[in-house]
Design a protein. Structure first.
Length: 714
């Protein structure tokens, strides 16, 4: 069946064709296109399903023959430069194709219902198809130039989709923030590509790796310059995969429609950075200093994302910081050389996070009928609670995704996350501690999200609300009142839930109204993708089970990918007893995090009176200022946006004002000074004119005598 590789071009072509057809018809025939809106949606879904089937066929063929296929043709021919385009098919490509298409089909089916009432329904599917085509083209790219082309297309599509509701100022600002932040990383990526081309004379992966290794072995390359080029290459994945310090765009990207949040966080934009590191792994692996930087950037990102997610009140932003933390896990694994665990976590996390985001969209869609269409309300967990009673399927599927992301066996992310934590301990204890603590924080904030959303009692219909006002080191950023207020009451005298909202007149007016409207379960088009995504969330992790040599599992996955990374660490079969001991280490901190979340936010509150009293003292900084600092740190995103605003926004404005002052008073001052001097010189000289020739001759002779006397003295 190798002939199937000759038709691999249809993989990115079909979704690209759908995007072009929808876009062109929307441009030339807007009325008829909008009237046939569902026809275009069905066309997009069917074409992507064909691509998905084709991708599974490629994966099956790769499992059979395990060979690398390249199809190249020249694009630009010159005496010194030969740019080629084409396709590269190997185990890594086949895995990514299946991942992108399966998640993409689920998101498209979901979007047909979720976006059905939106005026930009047809435009949304045009963007969605182009986004999918760009990512598919990226993973099929055989060289750095083609990767960079599709890399930029992915960034452009994310800009369009994050700012899909561009009439909202928050969405317009969010897409601009994502675009500018990614331009920083993309510029570094371009410089790194050019640097390695200057060193090796090639953009092709295999040629690039071989020539670079030869240069290192023969000591024909400056190691510092090579490390600088590799660091610039790494700058691209830092921005795309939201690694510290270029992570600030990711939570604001939640301004886009929820299906796009699922696609970005699961299988497209943020996955592109991890994919590029895996693709260039042989290049980074021979540079130990760069590998250490990659591992520590990943560790910092994982811990930072987990701490910021602890106190977020917005459902989607809480999940966004969760994605940031899990991407840090993947980068950490790649940095320590555990490419198998890093890639495996990319797969398991993609399905789990797609399930969670689509589940959050189902919740938001249902909450709109109660609190109205306002992101500050329908995405605010303060207005939720007890939704599992009204939305059982959404609640169960969301709980399955929560179990997986927390790393509870036998769900998918347990196997990959446990492998990363184990490898981290073996590589360096410091990284092991970071990954271990992050696992506990993940369990806490994920079950906090679940308890506040699905357990307890619906708070949107209650007129009794708990307010928690965080205090910032910059002052109270939420109101002019700088003192801390705490009001906590039992909701319906049945539970003691703690949650956070901002006080406003709109909220007060809302709570004064008695409402009898309750949420309801979403329709079948929304529930079907949720149910389908639970299958890989439940079973794909079995690839990570330590089966004996030659049996299906993570070891087979490692051996299958092993030819791509011949210099990697030795791959050995797993051992159930050793695996169990390592799992106990990671599961212990996970269950501690779940227990704390249950105590604070669960449907049953232990010792409610003392807990309420202690929690009030905690917030008033009388019990433990450290925990109060942690809460404020999380709520205000680690103050990183504040620092960036001071350093970059206000700093740029101050620099612009200084340049304006310098231009007006120094540059223009010098020019204007000469003109004024010339003016006054002319004005003063005209008074020396008397009209008498004898006076002019006397002055001329006197001047000549002075000049001659000076020359004679020299």
């Amino acid at each position: 069946m190798e002939f199937i590789y000759q038709f691999v071009w249809i993989v990115p072509f079909l979704p690209f064709l759908a995007s072009v057809l929808i876009g062109s018809n929307l441009f030339f025939f807007p009325k008829s296109t909008k009237s046939l809106r569902h026809v275009w949606a069905i066309l997009s879904i069917l074409l992507l399903i064909i691509v998905m089937i084709f991708s599974f066929t490629i994966l099956r063929q790769q499992l059979i023959d395990d060979t690398i296929h390249r199809y190249l043709w020249s694009w630009i021919l010159d005496k010194q430069i030969d740019f080629k385009l084409g396709f590269l098919i190997d185990p890594l490509t086949s895995i990514m194709l299946v991942l992108i298409t399966t998640v993409g089909v689920a998101v498209m089916i979901y979007s047909d219902s979720y976006m059905s009432y939106d005026q930009g329904y047809v435009r949304f599917f045009a963007y969605l198809s182009l986004f999918t085509a760009s990512m598919l083209g990226l993973v099929l790219s055989p060289n750095l130039i083609q990767i960079y082309i599709f890399w930029e297309l992915v960034g452009m599509c994310s800009y369009l989709l994050i700012g899909f509701w561009f009439t909202r100022p928050s969405a317009a600002n969010a897409c601009q923030k994502a675009f500018i932040t990614n331009r920083i990383g993309d510029f570094g990526l371009l410089l790194g590509i050019l640097g390695f081309y200057w060193l090796t004379g090639s953009f092709e992966f295999e040629t690039l790796f071989n020539r670079f290794n030869e240069l290192l072995i023969n000591h024909e390359v400056n190691l510092y310059f090579a490390s600088l080029c590799a660091l610039l290459l790494f700058l691209g994945p830092i921005a795309k995969s939201a690694q510290f310090p270029l992570h600030v765009w990711l939570p604001d990207a939640m301004e886009g429609p929820t299906p796009i949040s699922a696609l970005i966080h699961a299988a497209t934009m943020v996955a592109a950075g991890i994919f590029l590191i895996v693709r260039l792994f042989p290049l980074f692996q021979v540079l130990p200093y760069i590998m250490n930087i990659i591992s520590w950037i990943g560790a910092i990102t994982a811990l930072l994302g987990a701490t910021i997610a602890l106190a977020q009140k917005d459902l989607k932003k809480g999940l966004a910081y969760s994605t940031m933390s899990q991407l840090g896990y993947m980068m950490l694994a790649l940095g320590i050389g555990s490419y198998q665990a890093g890639l495996f976590h990319l797969i398991t996390h993609a399905y789990s996070k797609a399930l969670l985001f689509l589940g959050s969209g189902s919740v938001i869609h249902s909450m709109e009928s109660i609190v109205g269409y306002s992101p500050s309300k329908c995405q605010n967990m303060a207005f939720m609670g007890g939704l599992r009673k009204f939305m059982p399927i959404t609640g169960i599927t969301f709980l399955i995704g929560t179990f997986s992301l927390c790393g509870i066996p036998p769900f998918a992310c347990f196997w990959s996350k446990d492998a990363i934590i184990t490898d981290s301990w073996l590589y360096f204890p410091g990284l092991g501690w970071v990954s271990w603590i992050t696992a506990g924080l993940t369990a806490f904030y994920m079950f906090r999200i679940y308890f506040l959303t699905f357990e307890g009692y619906l708070r949107a219909n209650s007129n009794q609300v708990s307010f928690i006002y965080p205090v910032s080191i910059w002052g109270d950023l939420q109101s002019n009142n700088k003192k801390l207020e705490f009001i906590s009451k039992n909701l319906n005298n049945k539970s003691n839930n703690f949650f956070e909202i901002n006080e406003s007149n709109n909220n007060k007016e809302f709570f004064e109204k008695e409402k009898s409207v309750y949420p309801k379960e979403s329709d079948k088009k929304i529930l079907f993708p949720l149910i389908i995504l639970t299958l890989p969330t439940l079973f794909v992790g079995l690839l990570g089970a330590p089966f004996p040599q030659g049996q299906p599992g993570f070891d087979l996955l490692s051996q299958w990918l092993y030819p791509l990374f011949k210099n990697s660490s030795e791959i050995t079969s797993g051992n159930w007893s050793e695996f169990g001991l390592n799992a106990i280490n990671s599961l212990s901190i996970v269950f501690i995090g779940i227990f704390i979340a249950f105590i604070l936010y669960g449907p049953i509150s232990f010792f409610p009176q003392s807990l309420e009293k202690n929690f009030e003292l905690l917030l008033k900084k009388k019990l433990n200022p450290f925990f109060s600092f942690i809460y404020n740190w999380s709520y205000f995103r680690g103050y990183i946006d504040v620092y960036y605003d001071i350093l970059f926004v206000k700093g740029t404005r101050l620099l612009a004002q200084f340049v304006l002052f310098f231009d007006e008073w120094i540059i223009d001052g010098i020019v204007n000074g000469f003109s004024i001097l010339t003016l006054f010189g002319g004005e003063s000289t005209k008074y020396l004119e008397g009209g008498r020739i004898s006076s002019y001759l006397f002055g001329l002779i006197l001047g000549i005598i002075l000049v001659l006397s000076i020359l004679l003295e020299q």
